[in-house]
Ligand binder design. Structure first.
Ligand SMILES: Cc1cc2nc3c(=O)[nH]c(=O)nc-3n(C[C@H](O)[C@H](O)[C@H](O)COP(=O)(O)O)c2cc1C
Length: 321
């Protein structure tokens, strides 16, 4: 067990255990968090956790900002343990991008319940409330609760996919690659606009200028994209999350959307972060998807707005500390 006082995110932080292990960040004086804090920290370290204690963390004016700085400066997303007195600072810090900053949150309270009642759904990450336990060894029972929750929500071991194992695990592994979000469009034979949300967009080549996207064979629009000689890729900005939902859902997707055409007729969504008009160059059959490679004939982009992001099955926004 090591002990040193590094400064992270402007806070003095006490460090216990192996820095290579996944981080558990204790916010505030550990005496306020556990019935027997030394035993709890030892149990965490023995369970393969790197424990950081920000003992001076308080709930003063800019505590939320300080917490965000602290979380952003850590080398990996920690599991967070705080007392209920810290919640007024913790909740705003974790709202919106919480899951990007911490893997899970344990709220430790000496009371029978968190007061005022706290709705864990307010945060986009797993939350466990741990109240003081009864019985012969309450500290042991408390530690078991915390360790069990951490194993479930912030597992130490990396997860594995092997050929033949369940596609859900592969999907989760692929979801670790953060992407932007696009709406891919074309015109059908009758000249009606067609489009769907796709995050499988990638640049391919600068010379010649090629890009690609992958279309599921189960898409109702496969034949329309196959038949069309052109398509467009519209990259969405952070304000266009509702549009992403519309183009992945049922109903008339173009009803409330402003669009224009350039040279080929493929719909260019007004106000997109970037649009690429393409001539279909190749269609490659690839398992349950078709890879559409397009030669870019025209592009437009907006240099100031932030992109809409997609990561681990959720929409995200850029976060700068
Ligand atoms: C963020 C996001 C990304 C998606 N990416 C793709 C994609 O790359 N390729 C694809 O075929 N479907 C993708 N989809 C799913 C389609 O948008 C969705 O299945 C749509 O309903 C298909 O419509 P269609 O059957 O009318 O073509 C994505 C959906 C979302 C929400």
């Amino acid at each position: 067990m090591t002990q040193s006082p590094p400064r992270i995110g402007g806070q003095d932080v006490e460090s216990w255990g192996d820095p290579e292990d996944p981080i558990v960040l204790l916010l505030g004086r550990p005496q306020a968090l556990f019935g027997d804090w030394r035993r709890a920290v030892r149990a965490l370290v023995e369970a393969g956790r790197h424990v950081l204690i920000a003992a001076a963390f308080d709930t003063s004016d800019d505590a939320s900002g300080e917490l965000r700085r602290l979380l952003t400066d850590l080398p990996s997303r920690p599991a967070l343990i705080c007392a209920q007195a810290s919640l007024p600072a913790v909740i705003p810090a974790l709202q919106v991008t919480g899951a990007a900053l911490a893997s899970c949150l344990v709220i430790s309270t000496a009371e029978a319940a968190v007061q005022p009642p706290f709705d864990p759904a307010a945060l986009d990450l797993p939350v466990q409330i741990v109240t003081r336990q009864d019985g012969a060894d309450p500290a042991e029972a408390e530690n078991a609760l915390v360790l069990g929750f951490l194993e479930r929500c912030a597992p130490r071991e990396a997860l594995h996919y092997h050929a033949g194992s369940d596609p859900r695990t592969l999907r989760d592994a692929l979801g670790c690659f953060a992407t932007g979000v696009t709406v891919v469009t074309t015109l059908d034979e009758a000249g009606r606009p067609v489009g769907l949300t796709a995050n499988s967009f990638s640049s391919v080549s600068l010379d010649p200028p090629l890009i690609l996207f992958c279309l599921s064979r189960s898409s109702a629009n496969v034949e329309r994209f196959r038949q069309a000689a052109h398509f467009a890729i519209n990259v969405l900005h952070i304000g266009q999350q509702p549009m992403s939902g519309v183009f992945a859902g049922a109903g008339d997707r173009f009803q409330d959307v402003a669009w224009e055409t350039w040279d080929t007729g493929a719909p260019i969504l007004s106000g997109a972060l970037a649009s690429f008009e393409c001539a279909t160059d190749q269609i490659v059959e690839a398992g349950d998807h078709l890879v559409f490679i397009g030669r870019v004939t025209r592009a437009r982009f907006e240099p100031r707005r932030d992109p809409l992001l997609y990561f681990r099955g959720k929409y995200r926004r850029l976060h700068f500390s």
